[in-house]
Each structure stands twice: as structure tokens, then as C-alpha cells.
Design a protein around this ligand. Structure first.
Ligand SMILES: Cc1cc2nc3c(=O)[nH]c(=O)nc-3n(C[C@H](O)[C@H](O)[C@H](O)COP(=O)(O)OP(=O)(O)OC[C@H]3O[C@@H](n4cnc5c(N)ncnc54)[C@H](O)[C@@H]3O)c2cc1C
Length: 865
């Protein structure tokens, strides 16, 4: 069933480059779907990673029953894994078994390296040249070239001089290597080093390990296949595999929602111990929700591992050198080992820390460091890979207008979904940069990619299209999303191969998708469901370009909205005001607590006979502090002094100011202008009592979120007109400023982003009358003049019904010569910035708000003192 083409005939429909895990599954799916295909493989045989990496100790680090194809449900009839973590020979045997069982070899040509691939625009074909000078044409080209298939070039001076044996873990000989009694050096302590060192030490007469950066490694606890997994597979394999596909990292598990420090210390320690004993990397990194996002949480876990290293390694100096301290655990690939640390207790094994004693060069007989000369019989390089892009960069690929891929990616790879790249039609990447790839169980990620690609080809065929390519804007949007996901993690804190930092001259870009296999899959599926959103297609059916960006929300905001949609809470406007208040208070009280502050005091302020409850947050430092009067959100109907607790803690801690959150009166019992009048009462009270509260009377600012932002803005105008109190700054977070429902943001963001347009109307209806609309105390934007107001920071959120009125107020302030900082929170919603423990992507915005407040308040301090 060849592709129906109006273009020139091709030698084959699809060329697949690489016959590893991915290439084999492509051969299976494409042949079953009726395509003509060729799989070209540089190695003399199939297997990819498991063909090349034959070093002693090479093993999988995801349990074998998880690291296998799921497309073959009757595997238990003809395949048995011998242990929890299979060795390289066993995995290679498995891949051969799959190839034979499904008759895949006939599609594969081994010993054939693809050197060049050129897109021929006129004929819509790829011309592929191999080392044998063949020019093969195909409509589609699929790169199954592997993320870790190109060894990193070793650039130690004198390499060529060494007269003894030289081995690379990634290109290990097929015949057994005998180190018995020999003096051996291992250079590198990443995954391959950690696995091979204990095995080499079993034979070597003397072993010296040269370490540049120590590695966090976890004992595999290898042995029989885990009984629990086997039972699950026996009872419901389909369910088990589906759970893996929908999991964060490709192994069935529920994404942890528990922040580390919400659990008592002893319970945390027990959890680390249990997971340590289980010996599963992906489980360990999921122990708590924030291990990979919170520095302190990560550091506690890191210290737990360091404790384990110190407990095993006898020599304190060696133990100390083996303990990583310069990067967060997990931000470089976590390793799985069998006896790695204990190997350093052997009297003939030594660690050389090249961070303190650098390698000067390789000599004829060994290695010279700054401090010593070593003699060796054999050198073993475990120096890693030019990861994720190395294999693609090694091929001369040119796309539309003869643009080389190397040039296009000069500043780092850019893809749409990690699957395709703009300007290179019909070129597919398996586990390309921008997909979960190396952060996941790759067996699951590979299957997902191959399924997507083959289904896409079938959809093209059915739809009468022959050419597909992502649009630039879809790609830019996706890469921004990839960045956003990485930005919420600690990955950028390490010089890792995830960032290309191990290869000199490689652009430093975090390449994998850190949002998780589950969210990634959802995005890929959504693109298809929305008629290939972000792709242009052409063929006999004509041209169809469905431009668009699939993920515009911040990743954690998206996750939260999806969770809330799944719970299905009733709309606010279907409730009475009392029920809505109870519902709102319950939801806000379920939010994770904010950071610790010095002190939290609840009180009642008495201002001119009006009593208002408040909650005061004092920083841990020594005062006197600036004072910020804070007005909570809730449309002047919902909420109280405590419902924005986490947000107030966060801003207090960041800005080193006292925050006083005020419980102003609410509608409908006390409609407009009660809330604004209470706001003024609170500000006057704070100014009068600042010194008593430990604050500095000359440094008073206001801050508010949502309706609270509206109150804060109105209070600044009233204080200006009254000439007191002196307010030195205002922070308005997603404020309502005129309730003009004709603004575009009310229709663009009417539904689906938390606060809905109909909820704003409902709140407004309780708070004010139409006749109040032009009163600047309700609509500060309508003030006759905004001149002379305190400096402002105005935050608007992209997906917020009230966005445009916040925008308008920021513009109007600036036009009135008020010093105004306008922060446009990309990918955020009306309330997401206040959800401190849930929405990590809000942290940079909150930092900007606190910085702005700090500047307003510091400027005043300079003026006063
Ligand atoms: C030592 C090691 C251990 C690993 N352990 C795990 C693990 O425990 N769990 C996990 O999920 N992942 C692991 N990985 C990642 C592993 O690479 C993937 O799991 C998986 O094997 C990748 O399959 P692939 O087919 O995409 O790529 P590969 O297996 O790398 O196959 C790519 C093939 O493409 C060929 N090729 C490349 N360029 C060309 C060209 N120009 N012309 C022709 N052929 C070409 C290569 O020769 C290679 O055979 C490990 C990787 C290594 C190196």
C-alpha cells in the first residue's frame, strides 16, 4: 500500500536511520501499516545502545519488565527476564528475539552509515546518502539515531602516545577483556563508570579512578524480578502498561503531591530509607513533590545520600571526595550501582579527584596529573556522550532552501514536540530534543513517539497529504513551554549533558522535556485531536496550515486547571453568597502553607470606631521594617484576612516587610463603598501605629490582589487627594480597575482559566450597582487624574478576564507620569500567582513584585535617613 503521490516516485516510502530499540519498533509498525521501508544502521548488527555498550557491568537502570516493548502482549510465552535489572547481553538477546519473532531483519541494512540527507523541495523527497555512496530516495525520513549513541570526543593531551591497551565503554570489544593483575585507569564516573568500576576492580591488580565530578549513585538491590510487579503484570498487563504510559516518567507511579517539609522529619527519613532499599531511581526522585524543584528539599535528600556514601566508604577523605556537593541530586543523571562505593575500600583501588589534582596529559606509560605520575597497562574511558543532538549533528542534513540543520540549530535545538523541526519537512525525530527522552523510561517514550509518527503518516495518507512540517510559531511556542517546564526544576543548576555542558562549544540549552511523560503525551494527543495544530500539510488534498500553539499556560497552571476540572466544582454563581464563601474558604485553606516568616499575629484594629480583623506577618530579620497593608482577593464578597495566607507569607519573606492583611467588610451585606472605606481606615491605622508594630512609619505601601488590587488602587487615590497618609508604593496584582465587561479579555478568557467572566459579573452584582460604575473608588481608571500617585507595580495575567483593565490602568498610570512597572505574567491566570506552593512558575513573578516593593520602600528609606 504505497503512499499515493503526485510527486516523483521514490525508492521507498520511509527511511529509518538506526536499528536500536526505536528502529526495530518503527520497522514493526511501518511494515504492519503497509509502508515500504528501509532501516539503515551503521553498526554491523542491530541493537543500538545495547549493541555498542558491552562494558563489564552494563545494565539497564529501569526494571527490565518496564524497559521492554509493550506492543507484544504475549511476551511471557517466549521471553523471561532473569533478574530485576538485566545485563547488556540479555537485553541485546531480547532485541534479537523481538526482531526474529516479528520478522524485522528483512527491513534492516547493517554496516550502512547515513552521511547526508537532503530535502528535494520540487519532488518532495528526501535523498539519503550512505557511506557506500548510495542515493536512496524516500518521502519520509525518520531519525531513530539515539540520544546516547555518539561518544564524546576525548581531548586529553597525549592520547595517541599511550602504548598500552585503550578501551571506551561505549565501544567495548566483542571479545572478553582480561584485566587480571593489570594496572588499570578508569577515567569518568558517570553511569558507565559507576557500573564498570566494581567489575574491573574484581580483576585488576591496581585500579585508579580519575573523577572530575562525583556522582550520586543508588544501590540497585539487584536480584529476582520484583514480585509485586510480576503480580500486577500477571493480573492486568494492559492496565499496567497503560499506567506506565500515563505516568510522570514511564513507570507506573502516581506523581507525588506532598511537599517535603509538610511531612515530619522522622517520617521523611523513613520514606528515603524505604525508597533507598527499593533501589528504583524514578521512585526515589518522586518521594516528594518538590525534590526536583526546591533547593532545600533537594538538599535534604542529597544529604541523605551523602550519609549513605560516608557510611560505606572507610577512608574519610575518599568518602568526602565521592560526595557530590556542587549540584542538586537528580540534576545530573542519577546512577544505579552494584557495590560502587564499597569498591573504594579495596586496598588496591584509589580515587584521584581531578578537580584538585588535574590531569596534565597522557604519556606512553600512563597518566600525569599535576601532583603525580601514574603507570598503567590499560586505560578505560567512561567519558560519556555528545547527548541528544550528537547523532543528528554528525549527519549533513539540509532542509528547505538548502539550510543545514547544524546552522538552524547553532544556538541549540528547536523542535515541535521533539518530533519535527520547522524547515525540514517530512523529517521525524524519535525522542528528539524537546521530548521527555532521557528523563524517562525510554522504552515507553520510544513507543509513544513511534506510534505518533506512524499514526501521523497514516492520517496524512488518509487526508490526501504528502508533506508535513511544523510552523515556526508552533515550534517557538513549544520551545518556550519546554523552557518553562525546565525553569520550574533544578536541572539548570548542574553542568550536565542534559544541557550539553559536557561538550566544549555546544550551546547550553536544557534539551529534554521536564514536564513528564503524561503531560507530554497529552500535548501530542491534543495536537492530533485539534487537526494537527501547529502543522502545515500539503498534497493532493491541497494546503492546510493549522497554525497555533498547543501549550500556552504555564505547565503547573495547566496541571492545576486540569485537576480542578476533573474534580468538577460547581460554578460560583450557582451558589448563595454564604455557600460561595464557605466553598472559597475551604479551597483556600487546602492550599499548601507558604514559607516560614518571623512571626504571624492575628489582631483587631480599631480605626475611628470601626473594628477590622487583621493578620500581621513579620519578617525574621530585625526591624524596623517597612509596612505593607494588604487587601485580599474575593470580589469584595469572599475571603478574609487569612485566605491569602501563603501569598502574604511569600511576599513578606521576599520583601522583608511587615504585611498586614486586612479583613475589610464584604458585600452583599456591606456593598460598595464599604470595602474601600475600610481600606482607608486600615491604611490610616497602619500609618499611625507603624512604630508600635515594629515598622517604620515613613515607609508605608499598599498591595492587593484582584478586588484587593482595586481597593489598593482606590486607597492610593483617596490618600493622595487627602494629603495623607503618605503611601510610597502600590502593588496591584491582577486588579479590577473598571469592571468593563466589553473588554476583549472578558470574552477571550471567559471560561476555563479558574475565574470566569460570569463569576466576575456575579461578584460585581453583589458588590456594586450599575450607577456606581463611574465612581473612581469603584473604578480607579475613571479618576480625573492619576498624576501624583505613588510608584506602582501592576501585574496582569495572560489568561485572566480582568487582564485588559489591569493593562489599561498600567498604561494610564504611566501616561500620568507615575513611575510604573508593568509585569505581564505569561501563561498565568487570575489567581495562579497567589497559589504559592502549587504554582512554582509564579515564583519569579512574586520575586519581581517583592523587588519592586523593595525599591519603592528603599527609596523612601534613603530619602528619610
Ligand atoms: C549505557 C547505557 C545505558 C542505558 N540505560 C538505559 C536505561 O536503563 N533505561 C532507559 O530508559 N534508557 C537507557 N539508556 C538510553 C538508551 O539509549 C535508550 O533506552 C534506547 O536504547 C535508545 O534506543 P534508540 O533506538 O532510540 O537509540 P540507540 O539504541 O542509540 O540506537 C541508535 C542507532 O542508530 C545508529 N545510528 C546513529 N547514527 C547513524 C547514522 N548516521 N547512520 C546509521 N546509523 C546510525 C546507531 O549506530 C545506533 O545503533 C541507556 C543508554 C546507555 C548508553
Amino acid at each position: 500500500m504505497p503512499v499515493d503521490s503526485r510527486f516523483a516516485a521514490t525508492d521507498t516510502d520511509v527511511i529509518v536511520v538506526g536499528a536500536g530499540f526505536a528502529g526495530l519498533y518503527l520497522a514493526y509498525r511501518l511494515s504492519r501499516a503497509g509502508y515500504r521501508l528501509r532501516v539503515l544502521e551503521a553498526a554491523p548488527d542491530l541493537g543500538g545502545t545495547w549493541y555498542w555498550n558491552r562494558y563489564p557491568g552494563a545494565r539497564v537502570d529501569v526494571p527490565s519488565v518496564d524497559y521492554m516493548y509493550s506492543f507484544d502482549p504475549d511476551w511471557q510465552q517466549d521471553w523471561q527476564w532473569s533478574e530485576k535489572y538485566a545485563t547488556q547481553p540479555e537485553i541485546l538477546r531480547y532485541l534479537h528475539h523481538v526482531a526474529d519473532k516479528h520478522d524485522l531483519r528483512r527491513h534492516i541494512t547493517c554496516g550502512t552509515r547515513v552521511e547526508q540527507a537532503r530535502w528535494d523541495e520540487d519532488n518532495a523527497v528526501w535523498h539519503v546518502c550512505t557511506g557506500h555512496d548510495h542515493d536512496i530516495t524516500a518521502r519520509f525520513l525518520v531519525m531513530a539515531t539515539g540520544c546516547l549513541s555518539v561518544p564524546k570526543h576525548v581531548d586529553i593531551p597525549g592520547m595517541e602516545r599511550f602504548a598500552g591497551e585503550v578501551y571506551f565503554t561505549s565501544r567495548w570489544p566483542h571479545d572478553p577483556v582480561d584485566f587480571t593483575g593489570k594496572r588499570v585507569a578508569v577515567i569518568g564516573t558517570g553511569s558507565s563508570g559507576v557500573q564498570s568500576i566494581p567489575m574491573i576492580a574484581r580483576q585488576a591488580g591496581r585500579l585508579v579512578v580519575f573523577q572530575r565530578t562525583p556522582t550520586f549513585s543508588v544501590p540497585a538491590g539487584n536480584g529476582p524480578l520484583p514480585a509485586q510487579k510480576l503480580e500486577l503484570l500477571a493480573t492486568d498487563e494492559a492496565g499496567y502498561r497503560q499506567a506506565a504510559r500515563m505516568s510522570p516518567a514511564g513507570v507506573p507511579m502516581v506523581r507525588s503531591q506532598t511537599p517535603t517539609f509538610s511531612v515530619p522529619a522522622e517520617e521523611r527519613r523513613q520514606r528515603y530509607e524505604t525508597d533507598w532499599e527499593a533501589g528504583e531511581l524514578l521512585v526515589l526522585l518522586n518521594a516528594f513533590a518538590d525534590v526536583m524543584s526546591d533547593r532545600e528539599a533537594n538538599e535534604e535528600f542529597a544529604e541523605f545520600i551523602r550519609g549513605k556514601i560516608r557510611a560505606v566508604v572507610d577512608d574519610p577523605q575518599t568518602a568526602s571526595a565521592l560526595c557530590p556537593t556542587t549540584y542538586p541530586v537528580g540534576s545530573k543523571r542519577l546512577c544505579l550501582d552494584t557495590g560502587y562505593y564499597a569498591t573504594y575500600n579495596l586496598p588496591y583501588v584509589r580515587l584521584v579527584d581531578v578537580a584538585t589534582d588535574p590531569i596534565r596529559g597522557i604519556t606512553e606509560t600512563g597518566i600525569d596529573t599535576a601532583a603525580e605520575s601514574f603507570e598503567f597497562d590499560a586505560l578505560v574511558f567512561a567519558t560519556g556522550f555528545d547527548a541528544l543532538t550528537g547523532a543528528l549533528a554528525a549527519i549533513d542534513i539540509t532542509g528547505r532552501d538548502a539550510v543545514p540543520l547544524k546552522d538552524d540549530w547553532a544556538d541549540g535545538p528547536a523542535t515541535y514536540l521533539g518530533l519535527m523541526t520547522a524547515g525540514f519537512p517530512n523529517l521525524f525525530l524519535i525522542t528528539g530534543p524537546g521530548s521527555p527522552s532521557v528523563l524517562s523510561n525510554m522504552a515507553v517514550s520510544i513507543e509513544q513517539h513511534v506510534d505518533w509518527v506512524v499514526d501521523c503518516l497514516t492520517d496524512l495518507r488518509t487526508g490526501g497529504f504528502e508533506v508535513i512540517e511544523p510552523t515556526k510559531s508552533a515550534q517557538t511556542g513549544w520551545m518556550r513551554h519546554v523552557d518553562d517546564c525546565a525553569g520550574m526544576t533544578l536541572y539548570a543548576c548542574a553542568n550536565s549533558w542534559y544541557l550539553g555542558a559536557n561538550v566544549p562549544g555546544k550551546p547550553r540549552v536544557f534539551m529534554p522535556y521536564a514536564g513528564g511523560v503524561d503531560f507530554y503525551r497529552a500535548a501530542c494527543d491534543e495536537v492530533v485531536a485539534r487537526d494537527y495544530l501547529g502543522f502545515a500539510r500539503s498534497g493532493s488534498a491541497g494546503v492546510r496550515c493549522n497554525d497555533g500553539v498547543v501549550r500556552r499556560l504555564q505547565p503547573d497552571v495547566q496541571m492545576l486547571l486540569e485537576q480542578m476540572a476533573a474534580v468538577g466544582s460547581p460554578p460560583l454563581e450557582s451558589m448563595s453568597a454564604d455557600d460561595a464563601r464557605a466553598f472559597y474558604a475551604l479551597w483556600r485553606s487546602a492550599l499548601p502553607p507558604g514559607p516560614e516568616v518571623g512571626e504571624v499575629v492575628d489582631g483587631v484594629l480599631d480605626g475611628d470606631g470601626v473594628e477590622l480583623a487583621y493578620r500581621l506577618y513579620r519578617p525574621p530579620s530585625t526591624g524596623p521594617y517597612p509596612v505593607v497593608v494588604y487587601f485580599h482577593g474575593g470580589g469584595c464578597v469572599l475571603g478574609d484576612a487569612t485566605t491569602d495566607d501563603a501569598f502574604c507569607r511569600d511576599l513578606c519573606a521576599r520583601s522583608d516587610a511587615i504585611f498586614i492583611s486586612v479583613d475589610y467588610r464584604h458585600a452583599p451585606e456591606n456593598p460598595f463603598p464599604a470595602a474601600v472605606l475600610d481600606g482607608m481606615t486600615a491604611v490610616r491605622w497602619a500609618a499611625a501605629n507603624a512604630a508600635e508594630l515594629g515598622g517604620d512609619p515613613g515607609r508605608l505601601a499598599v498591595c492587593g490582589w484582584s478586588a484587593g488590587g482595586n481597593i489598593a488602587a482606590a486607597v492610593c487615590q483617596i490618600a493622595r487627594d487627602a494629603g495623607a497618609p503618605d503611601i510610597v508604593g502600590q502593588a496591584l496584582v491582577t486588579p479590577a480597575t473598571d469592571y468593563d465587561f466589553t473588554r476583549k479579555s472578558y470574552s477571550d478568557n471567559a471560561n476555563g482559566y479558574g475565574l470566569t467572566t460570569s463569576a466576575v459579573r456575579w461578584l460585581f452584582g453583589h458588590y456594586a450597582r450599575e450607577a456606581d460604575r463611574t465612581d473612581p473608588r469603584l473604578a480607579p481608571l475613571y479618576a480625573e487624574s492619576l498624576a501624583g500617585l505613588p510608584p506602582a507595580v501592576v501585574v496582569t495575567a495572560e489568561f485572566d478576564p480582568v487582564r485588559d483593565e489591569g493593562d489599561a490602568y498600567a498604561r494610564a498610570l504611566a501616561a500620568a507620569d507615575v513611575a510604573t512597572e508593568h509585569i505581564r505574567a505569561r501563561g498565568h491566570t487570575h489567581d495562579s500567582l497567589t497559589l504559592v506552593g502549587f504554582v512554582l512558575s509564579g515564583a519569579p513573578v512574586r520575586a519581581e513584585i517583592a523587588d519592586a516593593l523593595g525599591r519603592f520602600l528603599a527609596a523612601e528609606r534613603l530619602a528619610i535617613h
